[in-house]
Ligand binder design. Structure first.
Ligand code: CP
Length: 317
């Protein structure tokens, strides 16, 4: 594998999940694979889980790691071509990217949607520039429209906990005080649509995801109805996608918060969220602290999903 930005880069998902389970049994089996190889992790945005889990996965494979927070200590970067650089950005991404490529073998990039220009976000300008100009394999640590390492960890977690071959998995919108990108729900939908699961998305009207991501999922505007018989509840907030409201908050209705009463409608469903989560906005304390909450196990699987991806990229070097 050269680059990893979406589910299609991984090929056969059953094979990938099997590989993940193998790695989970012995995460140091391939410790020689990354010897004398360097991973550079570039963060344009904050992170706890992605930063720690990806670095740990690289260490399990024997790699060296360098972490760069662009906004803390690096030069402010201009990203637009043709700009007269007489402002506060002394370096252009088009020099910075190949320079970064000189110091490493693989690059991971985190760069969220900016909600300034939908086309720029949905053409994945930043990560695609890394792919084009770094001369190195590049993987997404959450880009503008997708978070594939998270979705892969989510899939591994569902495969671990599912009690039937074809579980009902519900992605539910939930309220949040800030406008959040669609990357996690887009990506989760994209991965779930590659499985045989009974996959349902529920959200208030106006929060429809881009059709290329919602795909064949059932859309249900009545959250209680969507929860009926569910085996997994995956909660997440996102801002509106559709024009003219792209990037806007249309609702903070706490009637959509996942609480015990709603979880009672399910088939004793497991509760999932990618974290960080705002308690009593997205989910109540009682639900996230309940035995059915598997958010910590889900976060733990981030190490495994990152290790499968890094292993495959190292094998291709
Ligand atoms: N879920 C996730 O990507 O967490 P971080 O933003 O903390 O990396």
């Amino acid at each position: 594998m050269r680059n990893f930005t979406c589910v299609h880069d991984l090929g056969d998902l059953n094979k990938a999940v099997k590989e993940a389970f193998e790695i989970k049994k012995d995460r140091f089996k391939h410790v020689e694979l990354g010897r004398n190889k360097t991973l550079l992790m570039i963060f344009f945005n904050s992170s706890l889980r992605t930063r720690l889990s990806t670095q740990k996965a690289a260490m399990n494979l024997g790699m060296n790691t360098i972490v760069l927070d662009i906004n803390q200590g690096a030069w402010k970067l201009e990203t637009e071509r043709g700009v007269i650089m007489d402002g506060d950005k002394p370096e252009h991404l088009l020099e910075a990217i190949p320079v970064m490529g000189c110091y490493c073998d693989i690059i991971g990039v985190r760069s969220f949607a900016k909600f300034e220009n939908k086309e720029e976000d949905y053409t994945e300008m930043v990560i695609n520039q890394f792919i084009k100009y770094s001369g190195r394999p590049v993987f997404s640590m959450e880009a503008a429209t997708r978070h594939p390492l998270q979705s892969f960890a989510d899939l591994i977690t569902i495969e671990e906990y599912k009690k039937t071959a074809r579980p009902k998995v519900v992605l539910t919108w939930a309220p949040h005080p800030r406008a959040l990108p669609q990357a996690v729900p887009n990506s989760f939908a994209e991965w779930m649509n590659e499985t045989d699961y009974d996959f349902v998305i529920t959200h208030p009207k106006g929060y429809e995801l881009a059709p290329e991501f919602s795909g064949k999922a059932k859309i249900e505007y009545d959250q209680a109805k969507a929860f009926e018989g569910a085996d997994f509840i995956y909660a997440k907030n996102w801002a509106a996608y559709a024009d003219p409201n792209y990037g806007q908050i249309l609702s903070t209705d706490r009637a959509w918060t996942v609480d015990e009463a709603k979880m009672k409608l399910t088939n004793n469903a497991y509760f999932m969220h990618c974290l960080p989560v705002r308690r009593n906005m997205i989910v109540t304390d009682d639900v996230i602290e309940s035995p059915q909450s598997i958010v910590i196990q889900e976060a733990a699987n981030r190490e495994i999903s990152a290790q499968v991806v890094l292993k495959r990229i190292l094998e291709g070097l």
